[in-house]
Design a binder for this molecule. Structure first.
Ligand SMILES: C[S@@+](CC[C@H](N)C(=O)[O-])C[C@H]1O[C@@H](n2cnc3c(N)ncnc32)[C@H](O)[C@@H]1O
Length: 228
Protein backbone atom coordinates (compact mmCIF):
# COMPACT_ATOMS: atom_id res chain seq x y z
CA UNK A 1 0.00 0.00 0.00
CA UNK A 2 1.39 3.43 -0.90
CA UNK A 3 1.96 5.96 1.81
CA UNK A 4 0.15 9.31 2.28
CA UNK A 5 2.23 11.99 0.46
CA UNK A 6 3.96 14.51 2.80
CA UNK A 7 2.22 17.41 1.03
CA UNK A 8 -1.17 15.99 1.98
CA UNK A 9 -0.26 15.96 5.70
CA UNK A 10 1.19 19.48 5.44
CA UNK A 11 -1.95 20.77 3.70
CA UNK A 12 -4.08 19.21 6.44
CA UNK A 13 -1.86 20.78 9.13
CA UNK A 14 -2.34 24.25 7.64
CA UNK A 15 -6.13 23.74 7.37
CA UNK A 16 -6.77 22.52 10.93
CA UNK A 17 -9.60 24.21 12.77
CA UNK A 18 -10.23 22.10 15.89
CA UNK A 19 -8.21 20.32 18.54
CA UNK A 20 -9.86 17.03 17.59
CA UNK A 21 -8.71 17.43 13.98
CA UNK A 22 -5.18 18.27 15.20
CA UNK A 23 -5.01 15.18 17.40
CA UNK A 24 -6.25 12.93 14.58
CA UNK A 25 -3.83 14.37 12.01
CA UNK A 26 -0.73 14.13 14.21
CA UNK A 27 -1.62 10.64 15.47
CA UNK A 28 -1.82 9.52 11.81
CA UNK A 29 1.36 11.37 10.77
CA UNK A 30 3.51 10.45 13.78
CA UNK A 31 5.37 7.45 12.31
CA UNK A 32 6.35 9.34 9.13
CA UNK A 33 6.68 12.85 10.57
CA UNK A 34 10.46 12.79 11.12
CA UNK A 35 11.14 11.36 7.64
CA UNK A 36 8.90 13.95 5.99
CA UNK A 37 10.18 16.96 7.93
CA UNK A 38 13.83 15.98 7.56
CA UNK A 39 13.36 15.52 3.79
CA UNK A 40 11.73 18.96 3.60
CA UNK A 41 14.78 20.55 5.30
CA UNK A 42 12.83 21.57 8.43
CA UNK A 43 15.26 23.80 10.32
CA UNK A 44 13.13 25.33 13.11
CA UNK A 45 14.04 22.86 15.91
CA UNK A 46 17.79 23.28 15.34
CA UNK A 47 17.49 27.07 15.02
CA UNK A 48 15.38 27.33 18.17
CA UNK A 49 17.91 25.29 20.19
CA UNK A 50 20.72 27.52 18.85
CA UNK A 51 18.65 30.50 20.04
CA UNK A 52 18.33 28.98 23.51
CA UNK A 53 22.11 28.58 23.66
CA UNK A 54 22.54 32.21 22.62
CA UNK A 55 20.16 33.68 25.22
CA UNK A 56 20.39 31.30 28.17
CA UNK A 57 21.90 33.22 31.09
CA UNK A 58 25.26 31.74 32.14
CA UNK A 59 23.84 31.54 35.68
CA UNK A 60 21.47 28.87 34.34
CA UNK A 61 23.66 27.18 31.79
CA UNK A 62 25.94 25.60 34.41
CA UNK A 63 28.90 26.06 32.15
CA UNK A 64 30.53 27.72 35.15
CA UNK A 65 30.31 27.01 38.86
CA UNK A 66 27.13 28.65 40.13
CA UNK A 67 25.03 28.70 43.31
CA UNK A 68 22.63 26.29 41.65
CA UNK A 69 25.17 23.97 40.05
CA UNK A 70 23.75 20.92 41.86
CA UNK A 71 20.29 21.38 40.36
CA UNK A 72 19.35 20.17 36.89
CA UNK A 73 18.72 22.67 34.13
CA UNK A 74 14.97 22.36 33.62
CA UNK A 75 13.59 22.65 30.10
CA UNK A 76 9.96 22.40 29.04
CA UNK A 77 9.43 21.45 25.38
CA UNK A 78 5.81 22.46 24.80
CA UNK A 79 4.28 20.88 21.68
CA UNK A 80 7.29 18.54 21.59
CA UNK A 81 5.83 16.35 18.84
CA UNK A 82 8.18 13.48 17.99
CA UNK A 83 11.03 15.06 19.95
CA UNK A 84 13.09 16.81 17.25
CA UNK A 85 13.83 19.65 19.70
CA UNK A 86 14.81 17.18 22.44
CA UNK A 87 17.14 15.40 20.03
CA UNK A 88 18.93 18.65 19.20
CA UNK A 89 19.16 19.54 22.88
CA UNK A 90 20.61 16.11 23.66
CA UNK A 91 23.39 16.59 21.09
CA UNK A 92 24.05 20.27 21.95
CA UNK A 93 26.61 21.69 24.35
CA UNK A 94 23.80 21.75 26.95
CA UNK A 95 24.12 17.97 27.25
CA UNK A 96 27.80 17.48 26.55
CA UNK A 97 29.12 18.51 29.95
CA UNK A 98 29.91 15.72 32.37
CA UNK A 99 28.98 17.93 35.38
CA UNK A 100 25.74 18.80 33.75
CA UNK A 101 22.29 17.38 34.49
CA UNK A 102 19.28 18.11 32.38
CA UNK A 103 15.58 17.68 33.07
CA UNK A 104 13.71 17.80 29.78
CA UNK A 105 9.92 17.58 30.02
CA UNK A 106 7.72 17.31 26.92
CA UNK A 107 4.04 18.15 26.45
CA UNK A 108 1.92 17.42 23.39
CA UNK A 109 -1.68 16.86 22.36
CA UNK A 110 -0.99 13.74 20.29
CA UNK A 111 -0.30 10.38 21.95
CA UNK A 112 1.10 9.15 18.63
CA UNK A 113 3.69 11.93 18.49
CA UNK A 114 4.54 11.39 22.18
CA UNK A 115 5.11 7.65 21.53
CA UNK A 116 7.71 8.46 18.88
CA UNK A 117 9.32 11.02 21.22
CA UNK A 118 9.45 8.39 23.99
CA UNK A 119 11.54 6.07 21.78
CA UNK A 120 14.25 8.74 21.57
CA UNK A 121 15.03 8.38 25.28
CA UNK A 122 15.92 12.03 25.77
CA UNK A 123 12.92 13.25 27.80
CA UNK A 124 12.52 12.94 31.57
CA UNK A 125 8.74 13.04 31.18
CA UNK A 126 6.25 13.19 28.32
CA UNK A 127 2.68 14.21 29.14
CA UNK A 128 -0.42 14.41 26.94
CA UNK A 129 -1.58 18.05 27.24
CA UNK A 130 -3.80 20.50 25.39
CA UNK A 131 -1.81 23.74 25.47
CA UNK A 132 -4.99 25.76 24.99
CA UNK A 133 -5.76 24.83 28.62
CA UNK A 134 -3.71 25.92 31.67
CA UNK A 135 -0.35 24.13 31.72
CA UNK A 136 -0.30 21.46 34.46
CA UNK A 137 3.05 22.62 35.93
CA UNK A 138 3.79 24.81 38.95
CA UNK A 139 4.75 28.46 38.47
CA UNK A 140 8.45 29.34 38.26
CA UNK A 141 9.64 25.81 37.42
CA UNK A 142 11.62 26.04 34.18
CA UNK A 143 14.91 27.67 33.17
CA UNK A 144 13.81 27.35 29.55
CA UNK A 145 10.42 26.97 27.89
CA UNK A 146 10.73 26.13 24.20
CA UNK A 147 7.85 25.75 21.75
CA UNK A 148 8.53 25.07 18.07
CA UNK A 149 6.05 24.83 15.18
CA UNK A 150 3.01 24.68 17.46
CA UNK A 151 1.76 28.26 17.68
CA UNK A 152 -0.39 28.53 14.58
CA UNK A 153 -3.91 28.12 13.19
CA UNK A 154 -5.81 25.09 14.45
CA UNK A 155 -3.02 24.36 16.94
CA UNK A 156 -2.35 26.69 19.88
CA UNK A 157 -3.34 30.35 20.27
CA UNK A 158 -1.64 33.34 21.93
CA UNK A 159 -3.08 32.81 25.44
CA UNK A 160 -0.44 30.13 26.02
CA UNK A 161 2.28 32.82 26.11
CA UNK A 162 1.14 33.95 29.57
CA UNK A 163 1.27 30.32 30.70
CA UNK A 164 4.82 29.88 29.31
CA UNK A 165 5.91 32.96 31.24
CA UNK A 166 4.16 31.72 34.41
CA UNK A 167 6.00 28.35 34.43
CA UNK A 168 9.37 29.99 33.62
CA UNK A 169 11.76 30.69 36.52
CA UNK A 170 11.38 34.20 37.94
CA UNK A 171 13.91 36.70 36.56
CA UNK A 172 16.17 34.18 34.79
CA UNK A 173 13.72 31.92 32.92
CA UNK A 174 13.61 32.35 29.16
CA UNK A 175 10.85 31.45 26.71
CA UNK A 176 11.83 30.69 23.09
CA UNK A 177 8.92 30.19 20.69
CA UNK A 178 8.57 30.05 16.93
CA UNK A 179 5.50 31.56 15.30
CA UNK A 180 4.66 31.35 11.60
CA UNK A 181 5.15 34.91 10.34
CA UNK A 182 1.79 34.95 8.56
CA UNK A 183 -0.07 34.55 11.90
CA UNK A 184 2.25 36.61 14.15
CA UNK A 185 -0.06 39.64 13.87
CA UNK A 186 -3.31 38.11 12.57
CA UNK A 187 -3.72 35.58 15.40
CA UNK A 188 -2.76 38.11 18.07
CA UNK A 189 0.67 36.77 19.13
CA UNK A 190 2.34 40.17 18.72
CA UNK A 191 -0.45 41.89 20.66
CA UNK A 192 -0.27 39.31 23.47
CA UNK A 193 3.51 39.76 23.82
CA UNK A 194 3.00 43.53 24.02
CA UNK A 195 0.20 43.14 26.57
CA UNK A 196 2.29 40.91 28.84
CA UNK A 197 5.24 43.29 28.51
CA UNK A 198 3.02 46.25 29.44
CA UNK A 199 1.80 44.36 32.51
CA UNK A 200 5.45 43.92 33.54
CA UNK A 201 5.35 40.12 33.30
CA UNK A 202 8.15 39.75 30.75
CA UNK A 203 10.83 41.53 28.81
CA UNK A 204 11.20 40.97 25.09
CA UNK A 205 14.72 39.90 24.09
CA UNK A 206 14.02 39.26 20.38
CA UNK A 207 11.27 38.90 17.78
CA UNK A 208 13.47 38.16 14.76
CA UNK A 209 12.47 36.72 11.40
CA UNK A 210 14.06 33.37 10.64
CA UNK A 211 13.83 30.63 8.03
CA UNK A 212 11.65 27.62 8.85
CA UNK A 213 13.45 25.58 6.18
CA UNK A 214 17.18 25.15 5.46
CA UNK A 215 18.44 27.81 3.08
CA UNK A 216 15.64 30.25 3.96
CA UNK A 217 15.83 33.35 6.14
CA UNK A 218 12.13 34.26 6.32
CA UNK A 219 8.77 32.64 7.04
CA UNK A 220 8.99 32.36 10.81
CA UNK A 221 9.46 34.56 13.83
CA UNK A 222 11.80 33.52 16.62
CA UNK A 223 10.46 35.12 19.79
CA UNK A 224 12.65 35.25 22.91
CA UNK A 225 11.14 36.43 26.21
CA UNK A 226 12.50 36.64 29.74
CA UNK A 227 10.19 36.36 32.72
CA UNK A 228 10.20 39.58 34.73
C1 LIG B 1 4.36 20.92 13.51
S1 LIG B 1 4.32 19.91 14.95
C2 LIG B 1 5.76 20.52 15.82
C3 LIG B 1 6.35 19.46 16.72
C4 LIG B 1 7.76 19.74 17.18
N1 LIG B 1 7.83 20.83 18.11
C5 LIG B 1 8.65 19.99 15.98
O1 LIG B 1 9.09 21.13 15.78
O2 LIG B 1 8.88 19.03 15.23
C6 LIG B 1 3.00 20.60 15.89
C7 LIG B 1 2.74 19.85 17.18
O3 LIG B 1 1.75 20.57 17.92
C8 LIG B 1 0.95 19.63 18.58
N2 LIG B 1 -0.31 20.29 18.93
C9 LIG B 1 -1.28 20.74 18.10
N3 LIG B 1 -2.28 21.31 18.81
C10 LIG B 1 -1.91 21.22 20.12
C11 LIG B 1 -2.53 21.60 21.34
N4 LIG B 1 -3.72 22.22 21.36
N5 LIG B 1 -1.88 21.34 22.50
C12 LIG B 1 -0.67 20.71 22.48
N6 LIG B 1 -0.04 20.33 21.36
C13 LIG B 1 -0.66 20.57 20.19
C14 LIG B 1 0.80 18.50 17.58
O4 LIG B 1 0.38 17.30 18.16
C15 LIG B 1 2.21 18.45 16.99
O5 LIG B 1 3.02 17.53 17.67
Amino acid sequence: MSRVPPDEYLARAYALSTTTEARTLYNEWSSLYDTDLNSAGYASPRRAVETVLKYLPTSCSQTTSTPRASEPLKILDAGCGTGLVGTYISTSTLSNKSEFTLQLDGLDLSEGMLSVAREKNVYSSLTPTDLNDPIPKPSGTYDVVICVGTLTEGHVGPNVLGEFVRVAAAETGIVVVTVHDKVWVSMGFKAEVERLEKEGRLSVLATEEFGILDGESKGGRMVVLRRA
